[in-house]
Ligand binder design. Structure first.
Ligand SMILES: C[S@@+](CC[C@H](N)C(=O)[O-])C[C@H]1O[C@@H](n2cnc3c(N)ncnc32)[C@H](O)[C@@H]1O
Length: 233
C-alpha cells in the first residue's frame, strides 16, 4: 500500500522537493554526482515519485522507464512527460516481474529501499535486468541517523520506524524500515552484486544561502548513503 505522503499528498510532495534542502540540495546532487554520462543510456527509475530524476534523465538524452507503488505519482509522471517516458505502477517488494533480462544500462532507485522490508526480490531482479557492465544505484537513509530513533536500541534488528515528517509543510506520518549496514551489504552480496562505489553525500553549495544551519549540520553529519552496485561476473 502507498503511504499518505506519496499518495494523498503526491502533488504537495512534488512541489516541496523541487527546491528543498534534503532532496534538491543534498540527495539529488549527491546521487547525480555518482552517475556516469547518461546520453543514449537505457535507465530504469525505481520509486520514481513525481519525476524529479525522470526530468533530469530525459534532459540528458536517456531513454527512461519509471515505476512507483503510488498510482498518484505515476499519474504525475505521465502527465508531465507523456510519451517521452514509460511509467507504470509497481510494488518493488515483489521485484521487477515486468522487466526483461539484461535490458538496462542503469537502474536508479533514490530514497525508496527503506520502504521495503525484504530487499532480496528487488536486488536479485536488479542484477537480472542490468545489461552486462551496467550499474544499479540506490540511496537510502544513513544507518547512523536511523539508529538514533531505534525503539529497541538494538542496531542489528530490522525495525519498522513510525515518524512524522514536515516535508510538505505540515506533519504527515511516514513508516520505513531501519536496518544495519550488515543486513544491507549481505542483501547486495546474496543477489550476486558487489559494491563499486559508495558515497555519504555532500550538500550543494547553494544550501549555504538557502539554509546556512542545514549546510553547517549536513557538512559535518551524514544523512544519506549512496551505493553503486555491479553484477559479480
Ligand atoms: C522519498 S520518495 C522518492 C521519490 C524519488 N525517487 C525522488 O527521489 O525524488 C519515495 C518513493 O518511493 C515510493 N515507494 C514506496 N514504497 C514503494 C514500493 N514498495 N514499491 C515502489 N515504490 C515505492 C513512494 O511512493 C515514493 O514515490
Amino acid at each position: 500500500m502507498s503511504a499518505p505522503m506519496y499518495s494523498q499528498y503526491a502533488n504537495e510532495y512534488a512541489k516541496a522537493i523541487t527546491d528543498n534542502v534534503y532532496n534538491a540540495l543534498l540527495e539529488r546532487p549527491s546521487m547525480l554526482a555518482m552517475l556516469p554520462e547518461l546520453e543514449e543510456k537505457t535507465i530504469l527509475d525505481l520509486g520514481c515519485g513525481p519525476g524529479a530524476y525522470v526530468e533530469h534523465f530525459l534532459s540528458q538524452g536517456a531513454r527512461v522507464t519509471a515505476s512507483d507503488i503510488s498510482p498518484e505519482m505515476v499519474q504525475i509522471v505521465q502527465k508531465r512527460f507523456g510519451d517521452e517516458v514509460t511509467a507504470y505502477v509497481a510494488d518493488l517488494s515483489h521485484g521487477l516481474p515486468n522487466e526483461q533480462d539484461a535490458s538496462y544500462d542503469l537502474i536508479v532507485c533514490p530514497l525508496t529501499i527503506h520502504y521495503i522490508e525484504d530487499l532480496t526480490p528487488l536486488f536479485t531482479d536488479a542484477r537480472r535486468v542490468l545489461k552486462p557492465g551496467g550499474s544499479f544505484f540506490f540511496s537510502t537513509h544513513h544507518p547512523i541517523v536511523d539508529f538514533e530513533v531505534s525503539p529497541s536500541g538494538n542496531y542489528f534488528s530490522r525495525e519498522l520506524i513510525v515518524e512524522e515528517w514536515d516535508t510538505i509543510g505540515h506533519p504527515v506520518q511516514v513508516q520505513f524500515y531501519r536496518r544495519s549496514l550488515t543486513e544491507l551489504f549481505t542483501a547486495i552480496a546474496h543477489a550476486g552484486l558487489c559494491v563499486a562505489n559508495l558515497s555519504e553525500g555532500c550538500p550543494a553549495e547553494a544550501m549555504k544561502e538557502v539554509s546556512p544551519e542545514s549546510y553547517e549540520h549536513l557538512s559535518r553529519n551524514p544523512n544519506f548513503l549512496f551505493v553503486e552496485c555491479k553484477a559479480i561476473s
